[in-house]
Structures are given as structure tokens and as C-alpha cells.
Ligand binder design. Structure first.
Ligand code: CA
Length: 308
């Protein structure tokens, strides 16, 4: 009797795993390695704390090979792009893969586009998440090249302070020094200059989609459009202040929805802010929206289904 009970228990135990493992196995197993590329002021100085919070592990769990790139926290798109190109070559050498799938957040969007533009043969796909592809008025204001319009000085001050507070948090130190090269890349004019040289996937219209494929590389994008999403996330308030710079246009607190467009637009209005897009801060995101980690898993599956 005891033996039967043990066998029954073992059988039930095994069965309990069957549906889960059968549906999940290989779900994120892309053909080519995935390389994640951080935005302006990456989180390199926050020790073991991940910029892509819980995302790399979630992708690896069901089969993806994932590499997390480290490029200059604050520098021009071209400088960051050259650093990333070197890193991509290292990934290819280490894995024996012929291409990579690049996913960039924020300034990481233009950064991954640079690599796909100068070395398309090494890139299977480019995905821009909250990418500052056509610049952001936040950078315009900070660089003083756009008139603040109807802003009072106090509101403008709040915006700058909000950005500085975000930067200080992200960089993990007290320095709020802002790289002019990085900011110049993220102004509307700077982004337009970059796009003229590297037009792949960039929409020709103000808020349309771009080419789904250019020079053999597939292009995708998504973004959020809700600056305030979680009462206990300390950065939602500063992001909400900064979002005033968009004068009512859809934005995620730092980047406009239309600016985020690249290639195939999966969606540009998730109820997420700029930091939710990488599951920050520490997983504090909108409880009433699809979890950002799920979006990355779905996208890996999308790439897998496309043979990428
Ligand atoms: Ca958040």
C-alpha cells in the first residue's frame, strides 16, 4: 500500500510539471543570441543591480542566449555604437553565432541602430524600446536649443531637477554631470542628423511606421505612454514633471511615443513610463498593464517564430 502511494505521489509530481514545461520549453529560444543595450547613464555603477531588471534571466529561462552590453553611460550615439560593435564581435566570437538580435532601451535604441547600419551582416534584428529615435524635447530644453515656450522658470527648473534626480539615481553616485555629447545626440536636431546618416527603419512620416526590414535586418519598436504608473515608485513623480516638456503629446516621461517609432511598431502606448520599460525601479511597474518582462519574452518568441 505504501509503495502504491509512493508511486502515485511520484506520478502526480511528474504530471504537475508536464503542462508547464511543455508550453515553456524553448519559448524564448531564438536562433541568434540576444544583446541588451542600456540607455543614457546605464546602471554600471550600481553594482549587481540590473538595469534590465529580471529581464535577462526571464529570457534565458526558456532558452535564449542573452548578453548584456556595457557601453559609455553618457556619450554620443556614434561613440556608444562603436563600443557596441566591438562587443557584438566578441559575442559572435564567443558563441560562434553569425548574427545577433539587438535590443536597445532609450539611447540604446539609436545605439543598436548604429551597429545595424554600419555592420548589417552581423545583425538579425533591431528592437528599440522607448528609443529616442527622433530626439526628445527634454534634451532640447536641457541644451537650450528649444524655446521653453510657456514654461515658467520654476517649471523648467523642476524639469531639470527631475532629470538630474533620475540621473543621480541611475548612475548610483552623487554626480549629476551631464555629457553634452549624449545630450546632443538626443536633441531633435541631433537625432535628425544621425537619422540622415543611418536611416534604416526610421519612419518617413512624423508618427508612422518604418520599413520592417532594411538591408537584411528586421526592425521593431515599442514604448509606453504613461509617465505615472506606480504610487510607490520614487521616480514616477520626477518623470511626471519631466513629461510636461511634451506639451500634452503622448510620452513615457522622457521620450515621445512618435519618436520611439522604428520599423514595425508593436505598440506605442503601453501604460508604462520610461523606466517601467526596463522593469524599474526594481519591478515597481503598473499592476494594470502587461508586465514588461512578459513583453520581452513575447518578443523573443516573435523573433524565434521568424527564425531570428
Ligand atoms: Ca516604475
Amino acid at each position: 500500500m505504501k509503495r502504491f502511494a509512493n508511486m502515485l505521489a511520484a506520478l502526480l509530481f511528474a504530471l504537475s510539471f508536464l503542462p508547464l514545461s511543455a508550453s515553456a520549453a524553448g519559448y524564448t529560444q531564438t536562433r541568434y543570441p540576444i544583446v541588451l543595450v542600456h540607455g543614457f547613464l546605464g546602471w554600471d555603477s550600481i553594482g549587481p543591480y540590473d538595469y534590465w531588471f529580471g529581464i535577462a534571466d526571464a529570457l534565458r529561462r526558456d532558452g535564449a542566449q542573452v548578453y548584456v552590453a556595457q557601453v559609455s553611460a553618457a556619450n554620443s550615439t556614434e561613440v556608444r555604437g562603436e563600443q557596441l560593435l566591438t562587443y557584438v564581435k566578441q559575442v559572435l566570437a564567443a558563441t560562434g553565432a553569425q548574427k545577433v538580435n539587438l535590443i536597445g532601451h532609450s539611447h540604446g535604441g539609436p545605439t543598436v541602430r548604429y551597429v545595424a547600419s554600419v555592420a548589417p551582416g552581423l545583425v538579425a534584428s533591431v528592437t528599440s524600446v522607448g528609443g529616442v529615435n527622433k530626439g526628445t524635447p527634454v534634451a532640447d530644453i536641457l541644451r537650450g536649443v528649444a524655446a521653453p515656450g510657456s514654461f515658467s522658470e520654476s517649471v523648467l527648473g523642476s524639469i531639470v531637477n527631475g532629470v538630474a534626480g533620475t540621473i543621480a539615481f541611475l548612475s548610483g553616485d552623487s554626480s549629476t554631470q551631464v555629457s553634452t555629447a549624449a545630450l546632443d545626440s538626443m536633441t531633435t536636431a541631433g537625432a535628425a542628423r544621425f537619422n540622415a546618416a543611418h536611416p534604416e527603419g526610421v519612419p518617413a512620416t512624423a508618427c508612422g511606421e518604418g520599413a520592417y526590414q532594411a538591408r537584411g535586418v528586421y526592425y521593431f519598436s515599442w514604448s509606453g505612454a504613461q509617465p505615472f504608473t506606480n504610487l510607490i515608485d520614487p521616480l514616477d513623480a520626477p518623470l511626471s514633471l519631466v513629461s510636461l516638456a511634451f506639451l500634452g503629446q503622448k510620452n513615457d516621461g522622457l521620450v515621445g511615443s512618435c519618436s520611439s517609432h522604428l520599423g514595425r511598431v508593436i505598440r506605442d502606448d503601453y501604460r508604462m513610463n520610461h523606466l517601467d520599460e526596463v522593469n524599474q525601479v526594481a519591478g515597481l511597474v503598473n499592476l494594470f498593464e502587461t508586465n514588461p518582462v512578459t513583453l520581452y519574452r513575447q518578443h523573443a518568441n516573435r523573433l524565434r517564430e521568424m527564425g531570428l
